[in-house]
Unconditional design. Structure first.
Length: 522
């Protein structure tokens, strides 16, 4: 197949040379689709326009001096192009998403229906407050349940994502230290098993970051932490459950030690779905924790919708939380947007964003909480842990599970590439899983495990779907351990073959160039 000047068309009839090749490049219903620039020429349009009458330009000399170069397609061609591209995307509505670095689970359609109700779907951030009191009540009610589920004192609803929530919590800690005359504390301790955004957030907020080593079983080394505490330490950032998929059993002792040394405890709550309804972070001595609504309360994630990362605070940090926030008074609900000396928010560090948060995410999360109830949310945690341990025990005889003897894992299971023959690595397993119809698991993270493969099945997967994934995973792992050379060139059945990710990251091709014009220019 070649490209001619009139667009993407076969210029020479050709038959496939193997059983996996076709004349079109299609594989049954997985249709080959070139770039839009390759299927439509700039000399054609989908609609015929009459010649525009000549007249005096009002563009002040800013007229286009050359053809714009956009391809022209008919409406059916355009619709087919984007529909075919959409079929090349993996999605949670197509299959299990085993990413261990971020919870990817089913978004109940009930939540979507509620978010599309008039009054929620069309609410505007600049609408007069007295016209959106129902929306404020939804935000206030969700805030109430987030505080109740975490056992904390207050919550800031405005942060837009997990990392944004981290920054919110760290800025509140910085404000509290400065108010106490402890602004010289500039070191935040971050364990090796923390999420990568933790040290980045600390550095962005003006703190220095120091690592705390992990024990052999993958948890924070409490003694090493205590040895480093001192008058320069502002606090600690801990992910719990951590990125090795393990619960930090000594969390209360960690919090007590940090508080005794004059610091604060920030908890990365990205993995709250593993403990919701069973453990209250406030009981563990935590001062601030963000909650990813998409991970725990099943709002759309990534390209599916905007993020939302509310932050819950202890009583010690509540006065320093950001504005705005919803407050319930005798007259009803109001949106507090200004600092005043007479009010309890006089020490707020200010705003994180222009407006209050993501209304659609709030509506979905509250729907999820109310539809599950207390027993349902507890089951969310229990099922997510059950599914992860099912995968851990189903795979540990074919893949190295470095923390398999550290007790049950929480929401995710971690494996390594130990035992693979020379020349084979985690990426070969990941690429072969694409051929099996699965998005690969998280690779090479966390860094404390060599060749890490991090799998999180979530609570929304059935045993049948887990068994199918386990079967594929075991098959690919066995092929890797046996040195199957076909793995080195996988995937074989995807629309595109194995890419050079390093080259793509370092030298991305961001603009299409007409190969005919480029060849003529040479």
């Amino acid at each position: 197949m070649t490209i001619n000047q009139s667009g993407w068309r076969p210029t020479t009839p050709q038959a496939g040379t193997g059983s996996d090749e076709t004349f079109t490049g299609n594989r049954a219903l997985m249709l080959e689709e070139p770039l839009i620039f390759e299927i439509g020429g700039p000399d054609t349009t989908g609609v015929d326009f009459a010649e525009a009458p000549s007249g005096k330009s009002r563009l002040g000399g800013l007229e286009r001096a050359a053809p714009i170069g956009l391809p022209g397609l008919s409406e059916p061609e355009t619709v087919r192009h984007y529909t075919r591209l959409s079929r090349q995307n993996y999605a949670i509505d197509l299959g299990l998403f085993p990413l261990g670095s971020c919870t990817m689970k089913h978004n109940p359609r009930l939540n979507e229906r509620m978010a599309r109700l008039p009054g929620f779907a069309d609410v505007h951030p600049l609408a007069p407050v007295d016209t959106v009191l129902g929306a404020l009540e939804v935000i206030h009610q969700l805030a109430h349940w987030l505080v109740t589920l975490t056992g904390m004192h207050s919550v800031a609803m405005s942060p837009k994502a997990g990392a944004h929530g981290e920054l919110c919590g760290i800025l509140a800690i910085r404000g509290a230290l400065e108010a106490m005359g402890q602004g010289h504390r500039k070191v935040l301790l971050v364990p090796e098993s923390a999420h990568g955004t933790n040290p980045a957030t600390a550095a962005f907020a003006g703190f220095s970051v120091e690592d705390i080593p992990a024990t052999d079983e993958g948890r924070v080394n409490l003694e090493a932490l205590k040895m480093r505490l001192g008058p320069d330490v502002a606090g600690v950032m801990i992910t719990n459950p951590n990125t090795c998929g393990l619960f930090e059993r000594e969390m209360r002792a960690i919090s007590d030690a940090v508080h005794a040394a004059g610091g604060f405890v920030y908890c990365d709550g990205a993995n709250f779905n593993a403990i919701v309804g069973r453990v209250r972070p406030g009981d563990l001595g935590i001062d601030a924790m963000h909650i990813n609504l998409h991970k725990t309360f099943s709002t759309p994630h990534g390209g599916g919708g905007p993020g939302s990362g509310p932050v819950v605070f202890s009583e010690a940090l509540s006065p320093f939380a950001p504005l705005p926030f919803v407050e319930k008074t005798e007259e009803g609900f109001r949106l507090v947007e200004e600092e005043t000396a007479e009010e309890h928010h006089a020490d707020s560090f200010g705003r994180m964003v222009a407006f209050h948060g993501q209304m659609g995410m709030f509506t979905r999360a509250l729907t999820y909480i109310l539809s599950h109830g207390a027993d349902g949310l507890r089951q969310v945690a229990e099922d997510s842990v059950l599914n992860a341990n099912y995968i851990l025990r189903a795979m540990e005889d074919v893949l190295d599970a470095p923390f398999g003897k550290s007790g049950p894992c929480m929401h995710e299971a971690i494996f390594s590439d130990a035992g693979f023959p020379e020349g084979f690595s985690t990426i070969d397993v990941a690429k072969a899983l694409i051929d099996e119809g699965f998005h690969p698991m998280t690779m090479y993270f966390p860094l404390v495990v060599h060749g890490a493969m991090l799998v999180e099945p979530t609570e929304t997967e059935s045993k049948a779907s887990l068994d199918q994934f386990i079967g594929a995973f075991r098959s690919v792992a066995a092929r890797a351990k046996n040195g199957d050379p076909a793995l080195k060139t996988a995937p074989h059945f995807a629309p595109r073959r194995r890419l050079d990710e390093t080259l793509a990251a370092r030298k991305p091709v961001l603009a299409w160039k007409d190969p005919v014009a480029a060849e003529a220019a040479e």
